[in-house]
Design a protein around this ligand. Structure first.
Ligand code: PSV
Ligand code: MN
Length: 427
């Protein structure tokens, strides 16, 4: 854990000019009618789940370079998320991936997490690689797909795995399951498009039937990888068809990296929200494909526009979706990257909250695109970092979380305890 005294210590130094900076920014945004207090309290309320697998180093198929002190178990992953949350105040939940996480005592795990202020967000099922639920069934493999497979045994194993993940999630206090499928084709002609889609729909319906009444399930689209010719759930259109065909409790999840270059993701968000099927969000950034880069590090203006659409969907507040960071860190200390990702999310939310909705609507109604651009840019180009820092301070978190993390010596302590070569990411 990172003790609260360490955070308070680091805030003494980092907070020297904070009140004056907050007053200045409040004055600036107040000139166009934005209430800085509302921005601060909205940012302070917002939380984004940390994925259990992203507290470890990721890697590529060309290699993986772990760092000392990586978590070895789901318990240690929860320790890392608790440390992250102590610093940001904005990662109050963790999202597990089964069987990368496969707790044999979910009740004990839940209590352990609760003691550290962490709850369980959406569960993730994994039918994109062979795992105990397939190999136990001798001869069954997901090599040619899971829910879309022509082999009935593979489809059955995939459905059963998802049901088991729901049952586990119930014990952990989760309320949702995200279904991302690698199913598709690597070779033209390999399978029948319609047949694959219909089999996936059948499988999703079987999973949906098992959902407790207060649960949701999410279909997550992705254009390619590992299916390099065609994914079954390739884009938001397919995702929405699947969600609509599956049932009322099935919504769509948008992973920012799961779009072909130049896709207008903010428009995708608007469409899904309009159709009442927007349910979840995976934050990351992307230059080429599913690069899993740090949130806001490449396409920051696009992220700002996406936040505007989220606020639009929520009537001026962030809608109640399952928000998660989905990144893979190959070079940075994973916790440092998650700190920066969370900060980027908080920062961009603050920027979007600083847009005057009334002024933007006026410009739109007057067919005045130049004025509309001014309204967006005066918010986007304002330095709202003091408002974000103030939101963190009010949550008892760190004004400068990265500096506080380094000063706390967390990684060195973890390395001493966990050793140099732990690896429980599953990736
Ligand atoms: C697939 O690329 C994905 O975005 C899904 O959300 C998976 O659960 C996650 O990454 C980890 O592989
Ligand atoms: Mn994802």
């Amino acid at each position: 854990m990172i003790p609260t005294e360490r955070i308070a210590e680091s805030n003494e130094d980092a907070g020297r000019f904070l009140a004056a900076d907050v007053a200045h920014v409040s004055d600036v945004v107040g000139r166009w009618g934005v209430d800085a207090e509302r921005v601060i309290s909205s940012v302070a309320r917002f939380s984004v789940a940390a994925p259990s697998w992203a507290v470890g180093t990721g890697g590529t198929r060309f290699g993986r370079f772990p760092i000392p002190g990586e978590p070895r178990t789901t318990y240690e992953k929860i320790d890392d998320v608790a440390a992250l949350n102590a610093l940001t105040g904005a990662n109050r939940t963790v999202s597990l991936h089964v069987p990368w996480d496969d707790p044999d005592d979910p009740v004990a795990l839940r209590a352990y997490a609760r003691e550290r202020g962490i709850c369980f967000d959406a569960m993730n099922s994994n039918t994109f690689q062979d795992n105990p639920s397939t190999t136990a069934n001798g001869g069954i493999s997901y090599k040619f797909g899971s829910l879309a497979n022509v082999d009935e045994g593979a489809r059955k194993a995939a459905v059963e795995h998802n049901l088991a993940v729901i049952d586990l999630g119930v014990q952990l206090g989760s309320k949702a399951i995200t279904v991302w499928l690698a199913d598709g084709m690597n070779h033209p002609g390999q399978a029948n498009f319609r047949g694959q889609f219909e089999r996936v729909l059948d499988g999703l319906r079987a999973i949906h039937e098992h959902l407790p009444p207060d649960w949701l399930m999410f279909t997550e689209h992705k254009p390619f990888e590992p299916s390099f010719y065609a994914s079954v759930n390739n884009d938001w259109g397919s995702s929405m068809l699947l969600a609509q065909g599956t049932g009322e409790q099935c919504l769509c999840l948008v992973d920012l990296g799961h779009h072909l270059p130049n896709t207008n993701i903010e428009q995708v968000v608007s469409r899904l929200a309009m159709a009442g099927r927007l349910g979840g969000f995976h934050f990351n950034d992307s230059k080429y494909g599913d690069d899993d880069l740090t949130v806001g590090s490449i396409n920051h203006f696009q992220l700002f526009l996406i936040f505007l659409e989220l606020l639009e969907a929520g009537g001026g507040s962030m809608p109640d979706l399952a928000y998660m960071i989905d990144e893979s860190h190959n070079l940075k200390d994973p916790l440092e990257d998650l700190i920066q990702a969370t900060d980027a999310i908080q920062h961009t939310l603050a920027l979007a909250l600083c847009v005057s909705h009334d002024d933007l609507t006026d410009a739109q109604q007057a067919n005045d695109p130049a004025r509309a651009a001014e309204v967006l840019h005066r918010a986007f180009r304002t330095d709202v970092r003091p408002l974000v820092a103030e939101a963190r301070r009010r949550n008892g978190a760190a004004i400068d979380p990265l500096a506080a993390y380094r000063a706390a010596g967390y990684r060195a302590a973890a390395a001493a305890e966990r050793g140099a070569s732990g690896a429980a990411t599953g990736l």
